[in-house]
Design a protein around this ligand. Structure first.
Ligand code: NAD
Ligand code: IPM
Ligand code: MN
Length: 351
């Protein structure tokens, strides 16, 4: 087995705090030759603007392209809100450059987390959002801002819709065999276009049931009946909004990881949340989203479900002991939660 090459982009505000936590857990789970890896840290986002004048320096992109996987914490924040090229532009650029068109964002309420969910729900909640990530209104042109008007363009090609649709249906085949397309087909041309294409592809997956929901109603159902969803397939902007909402019903936005992948090349793993400038520097950021991103990387890029399971079991045990950061109502800090996860991994290995 060759050494895994992992690009590490810590980014801004709480980014470096949670990345440090994620790397400590990676090290702990890899001990005694279980997993051989080398990390390659590069500046990205606001940190890269400060160092190199660009949120995505050429060197950072090259390191990512040459790696087997990329770990990203979070970028952006008030310091660079007026920059000619913001940190967020670097994030969109790396997604596009690596063709990371499929963004997988899981929402599951584990039994350890049940009591921290803000919704009353007895049934198990476990769904994933498959968000299109490299097109739609985030990338469409023209994009113009004038004194009297501004405009953005939501544009999708047939091929862009087809490839993400296959990802969603294949994912459903490994889960509970259900796909829900979320759109605004009662208004938007792009949504009508998606419905035609997705409806046709759905016939190629007879073992997967398929339905559709308007995005406004879907945002209601995520609160009132989240157990009904298995795979939510949706375009870029709707996926952005619905994934933060979905994250919050698990107890905290600070616990949800994601994977972004293309047809080949390295996948990128990152929390779905941002750089949380409001709590940066206090040492209280929830590290779980980053630690779970590490687990997702081990399972998906490196085929090490064994190590990923060790990590998620340790997270659940830590939560069961009520060692949690304030976002989950706890009193522990980032380091204490991280150390508790590591202790749990080490204890279960000795057992
Ligand atoms: P945010 O996701 O950073 O924060 C929203 C709220 O959630 C805040 O109250 C924050 O404290 C809390 N939160 C988020 N992560 C947390 C964690 N791990 N532990 C505890 N609490 C956590 O959203 P925002 O404040 O709107 O954005 C801040 C910056 O992050 C902006 O510049 C935005 O563009 C950027 N952003 C970056 C990414 C990314 O890097 N992928 C994603 C989203 C937003
Ligand atoms: C996310 C973020 C990004 C997005 C921003 C920072 C560009 O909100 O990863 O969810 O909108 O995709
Ligand atoms: Mn977002």
């Amino acid at each position: 087995n060759k050494t895994a090459q992992i690009a590490v982009l810590a980014g801004d505000y709480i980014g470096p705090e949670i990345m440090a936590a994620g790397l400590k857990v990676l090290q702990a789970v890899s001990e005694e030759g279980r997993f051989e890896y080398k990390i390659h840290e590069e500046p990205f986002g606001g940190a890269a603007i400060d160092q190199a004048g660009d949120p995505l320096p050429q060197q950072t992109l090259e390191t990512c392209q040459q790696s087997d996987a990329i770990l990203l914490a979070a970028i952006g924040g008030p310091k660079w809100d007026q920059a000619p090229k913001r940190p967020e532009a670097g994030l969109l650029e790396i997604r596009k450059a690596l063709n990371l068109f499929a963004n997988i964002r899981p929402t599951a309420i584990s039994s350890a987390m049940q009591q921290y969910s803000p919704i009353k729900n007895e049934k198990p909640v476990d769904f994933v959002i498959v968000r299109e990530l490299t097109s739609g209104i985030y990338f469409g042109t023209p994009r113009e801002k004038h004194a009297d008007y501004a405009l953005d363009t939501m544009r999708y090609t047939k091929e862009e819709v087809q490839r993400i649709t296959h990802i969603a249906f294949q994912m459903a085949q490994k889960r509970r065999h259900h796909v829900t397309l979320v759109d605004k087909a009662n208004v938007l041309a792009t949504s009508k276009f998606w419905r035609e294409i997705v409806g046709e592809i759905a016939r190629d997956y007879p073992d997967v049931t398929y339905d559709t929901s308007y995005v406004d109603a879907a945002s209601m159902k995520i609160i009132s009946a989240p157990d009904q969803f298995d795979v939510i397939l949706t375009e870029n902007l709707f996926g952005d909004i619905l994934s933060d909402e979905s994250a919050e019903i698990t107890g905290s936005l600070g616990t949800i990881p994601s994977m972004s992948q293309g047809s080949d090349g390295p996948a990128l793993y990152e929390p779905i949340h941002g750089s949380a400038p409001d709590i940066a520097g206090k040492g209280i950021a929830d590290p779980i989203s980053m630690v779970k991103s590490v687990a997702m990387m081990l399972a998906n890029t490196f085929d090490r479900q064994d190590l990923a399971t060790e990590i998620t079991d340790a997270i659940n045990e830590t939560i069961s002991k009520q060692i949690m950061t304030p976002d989950l109502g706890g009193h522990a800090n980032t380091d204490e939660v991280t150390q508790a996860i590591i202790n749990s991994i080490q204890e279960s290995r000795r057992a």
